[in-house]
Design a protein. Structure first.
Length: 337
């Protein structure tokens, strides 16, 4: 029988990547684990594929990370998680900021093609599933943060946008609101339409008729949120609460409300997403959805490095991490106990 690295890993009770690290004398493996793995290798008579081992040894020890906007605190926190875990595994990180330009995303993929990096992490990419799957089909190592893609070679780490958006709507309804507006982000961003989907499902579950004029686009930035709130007011549509698809847009809402004399939360309840650092320091403190951004970054690095070092896709290709609705003063109804 042809013994594979996954057979050794299963019997030793470790990951394929750990077996690979033992074979390559990596110092990140404890002596106890190394002894156990070597014993199993001897028992099973495992013989590493010399050609494959040589090919995998020709590595840059670098990971490329493509993000839409490095100044956005969400992406900054994800990058921090990536860098911390990469450093622990002795990998370097190359950051590629696309400025929300899909063409730049495609250009940065060339770093994989010319072997500048061993693998690439795409954080909420603008490319289509088919485009990303194309690179994976060519055996380039790609991981995704913030989105799910159906491909057995692509690890994905994300939170459930639809689920937590429904929770946001449910909270606002519990606070007495039925006229709830929504600010979306970039039209091509998966986060935008998944959070919109959750918002719409939340309305339906509470039998609230949807009004198209409640929807505005804020492009995931403060200025966009500011302008979107003013457009909503100019339309003279009634709304008593607003769900912004990220905290940056929520900050723009605060600025516009300040200029227009709209009191938060007395006249308008506001909720964002991401739990940016500033969200707890503004007045009133911003209700938001916390996503485990550091953990998301670290988890995708683990999956990709396991894949690189073992030459095979490990279990748990898809990781869905839990988000948490954090209720602060911006969405609480002062009239309720």
């Amino acid at each position: 029988m042809d013994i594979k690295i996954v057979d050794v890993a299963a019997k030793a009770g470790v990951s394929p990547a750990t077996v690979s690290r033992v074979l390559n004398n990596n110092s990140n493996v404890t002596s106890k684990t190394k002894d156990r793995v070597m014993q199993v290798i001897h028992e099973l008579g495992y013989q590493p594929n010399a050609a494959a081992k040589n090919l995998r040894s020709q590595k840059t020890m670098a990971i490329g990370v493509i993000v839409p906007e490095i100044n956005n605190s969400y992406y900054a926190e994800v990058i921090k998680g990536i860098e911390n875990q990469a450093y622990a595994l002795k990998y370097k990180v190359i950051i590629c900021d696309t400025s929300n330009n899909k063409e730049k995303e495609l250009e940065f993929i060339n770093l994989l093609m010319n072997k500048t990096v061993d693998c690439m992490i795409l954080v909420t990419p603008m490319m289509s599933d088919d485009e990303i799957c194309h690179w994976a089909d060519l055996d380039y190592s790609i991981g995704i943060v913030g989105r799910y893609i159906e491909h057995d070679k692509i690890p994905c780490v994300y939170t459930d946008n639809v689920k937590f958006s429904k929770e946001v709507v449910n909270h606002l309804v519990e606070q007495g609101h039925r006229e709830i507006a929504f600010l979306s982000g970039y039209a091509d961003a998966i986060d935008s339409y998944e959070r919109l989907e959750g918002y719409l499902k939340g309305l339906r579950e509470h039998h609230i008729p949807f009004r198209p004029e409640w929807i505005e686009n804020g492009n995931f930035n403060k200025q966009g949120g500011y302008e979107a709130l003013k457009r909503l007011v100019e339309k003279q549509v009634k709304f008593t609460a607003i769900y912004a698809a990220n905290d940056e847009m929520a900050l723009g809402i605060y600025q516009a409300c300040g200029e227009l004399g709209i009191k938060i939360p007395e006249q308008l309840a506001v909720i964002g997403v991401d739990n940016n650092r500033v969200s707890r320091y503004i007045t009133p403190q911003l209700s938001t959805v916390n996503q485990p951004k550091n953990k998301m970054g670290g988890a995708i690095v683990d999956r990709l490095i396991d894949q690189l070092e073992s030459g095979e896709m490990t279990e748990n290709r898809v990781i869905i991490l839990e988000s948490q609705l954090i209720v602060r003063d911006s969405s609480r109804n002062p009239a309720l106990p």
